[in-house]
Write a protein that binds this ligand. Structure first.
Ligand code: GLA
Length: 388
C-alpha cells in the first residue's frame, strides 16, 4: 500500500478531518549473534524494508482506538489511557504496552488518546513484527507529544513493554534494529553498552537470502524464557569463581577452563553457545569487512549448528531448510535466524547460483516437510520514522 492508500484506509475506518499522520518501523533479520543480546554479547542485525505502518490521529478524549488492516474482521478495538492492562491474545497489547512504558519508565504521561490504523507487510513470522509495532508506536507518541526521547530510548521502551507488559524476556536486539536501522547496512551492536557501528552490507558477487520456513512457531515465548533462565543459572554458577557480569565476558578458553563449575549439563551447553557465539560474531564482522565470504559463511554455519545442538532452538522444518540450503552450489553458509523454533533462515548465496537455490531448496523442502517455503533476497531499509 502506498501513502495515499494507507491514508484512505484510515479515513474509511475513522472518517476525515484533523491532523492525520503516518509512521513506519521495520522488522529485522539477524545475520549472526543469536541469543546473546541478553548475555551481554554482540549482535549483527539489520532492518528490513518491510514493517508496520501506523496512520494516526490524536483524539480529544482519553480513548484509544485500534484497527488493523491485517485483521479487518476484528473491527475497531477500544481501550483507553486509563485501561493500560494486558488482555489475553490481543495484538493491541503491543501498542498499549509502549504507551504504558512511557508513563512507567519515563514519567511521560499522555492526556489524549489516538485513533490508530495499522498495516503490516512483514512476510511470515519470526522477523520481529512485534518490535516493529513497538517502535512505530513509540515513534508516533514521541512525535505527537514532542517527548524528549531518542530512537535508542524508543527501542528501550519497546523492550520494557515486551518484558514487563507482554511477559517476553527478550533482549534489545530487535527493537534496536527497528529503531536504528540504516539502509544497506547491518548494525554491529554491543548489547552490554549499546555502542554500535554501521557496517556496509556489500557482499561482492553474492546476496543474503532469507527463507521463511512457514512453520508457525508456537510456544516461542515459553521456550525463550526457559533458555534465558538457563543462561542466568550458568552465569550464577560461574560468578562464584569468576568476576564476570555476563556469559559473553568469558573467552572460549576461560569457558573451557571453568565450564565444570556450571552444575547442570543443560545450562553448560547453553552457556557454551553464548560464549562461542560472541566469539563467532566478532570474527564474522571482521570477515565481512574484508569481504571474506568463506570465513563469514563458515561462522554462519557454526552459529546454526550451535543453535541446533547446543541451544536446542531449532525444529525439524528449520533443520531441513538449513540442510537443503547448505547442499546447494554457491552457498557460503546458512542458519536459522531470530528467536527460533521456526521462522526464517539466512543464507549467503553466490549471485549465479540464486535461481537454482530457489528452485532446489523449495522443491526438496516441500518433499521433506510438506510445507512451502518463501525465498527472497534481503533488502535492508531504514529504521523507524514519520512518513507524512
Ligand atoms: C528474539 C528476541 C531477541 C533475541 C533473539 C535471539 O528475537 O526478541 O531479543 O534474543 O530472539 O537472538
Amino acid at each position: 500500500m502506498n501513502y495515499e492508500e494507507l491514508r484512505a484506509g484510515f479515513v474509511k475506518v475513522y472518517g476525515e478531518g484533523g491532523d492525520i499522520r503516518g509512521y513506519f518501523a521495520p522488522g529485522r533479520v539477524n545475520l549472526i549473534g543469536e541469543h546473546i543480546d541478553y548475555n551481554g554479547g554482540h549482535v549483527f542485525p539489520c532492518a528490513l524494508n518491510t514493517g508496520n505502518y501506523a496512520i494516526v490521529r490524536q483524539r480529544e478524549d482519553r480513548k484509544l482506538h485500534f484497527f488493523s488492516a491485517n485483521y479487518p474482521r476484528l473491527g475497531i478495538l477500544e481501550s483507553s489511557l486509563d485501561d493500560l492492562v494486558k488482555k489475553e491474545n490481543s495484538w493491541t497489547n503491543y501498542p498499549k504496552g509502549v504507551i504504558w512504558a512511557f508513563g512507567k519508565f519515563k514519567d511521560m504521561h499522555l492526556d489524549r488518546g489516538f485513533d490508530i490504523y495499522i498495516y503490516g507487510n512483514i512476510p511470515g513470522s519470526g522477523l520481529s513484527s512485534s518490535a516493529a509495532m513497538e517502535v512505530v508506536i513509540g515513534t508516533m507518541v514521541k512525535d505527537y507529544y514532542g517527548f524528549d526521547v531518542t530512537p535508542i530510548d524508543i527501542a528501550l521502551l519497546g523492550q520494557k513493554a515486551e518484558n514487563d507488559f507482554i511477559g517476553m524476556n527478550c533482549g534489545i536486539m530487535d527493537q534496536f534494529a527497528s529503531a536504528m536501522g540504516k539502509k544497506d547496512h547491518a548494525i554491529f551492536l554491543n548489547t552490554a553498552t549499546l555502542e554500535y557501528q554501521y557496517v556496509p552490507l556489500v557482499l561482492k558477487g553474492s546476496k543474503i537470502i532469507v527463507s521463511n520456513s512457514n512453520k508457525p512457531h508456537s510456544l516461542v515465548s515459553s521456550h525463550y524464557n526457559e533458555r534465558r533462565a538457563e543462561c542466568e543459572q550458568a552465569l550464577s554458577d560461574l560468578k562464584k569463581v569468576l568476576p564476570i557480569q555476563a556469559l559473553c565476558d568469558l573467552t572460549p578458553e576461560q569457558f573451557e577452563e571453568y565450564k565444570d563449575k556450571i552444575v547442570d549439563p543443560t545450562c553448560r551447553l547453553r552457556a557454551k553457545h553464548a560464549v562461542y557465539e560472541e566469539y563467532r560474531t566478532k570474527e564474522a564482522v571482521e570477515a565481512l569487512k574484508k569481504n571474506d565470504l568463506e570465513t563469514f559463511g563458515r561462522l554462519i554455519n557454526e552459529s546454526g549448528d550451535s543453535l541446533q545442538h547446543e541451544y536446542d532452538a531449532t525444529c525439524f522444518e528449520i533443520d531441513t531448510l538449513v540442510a537443503e540450503a547448505r547442499k546447494q552450489e554457491g552457498v557460503y553458509g546458512s542458519r536459522e535466524t531470530g528467536g527460533g523454533w521456526g521462522g526464517n533462515t539466512v543464507s549467503i548465496v553466490r549471485d549465479d547460483c540464486i535461481e537454482a537455490f530457489r528452485t532446489n531448496v523449495a522443491k526438496s523442502y516441500k518433499e521433506k516437510t510438506g510445507l512451502d517455503c518463501s525465498i527472497y533476497e534481503l533488502e535492508v531499509g531504514e529504521g523507524g520514522r514519520r512518513l507524512f
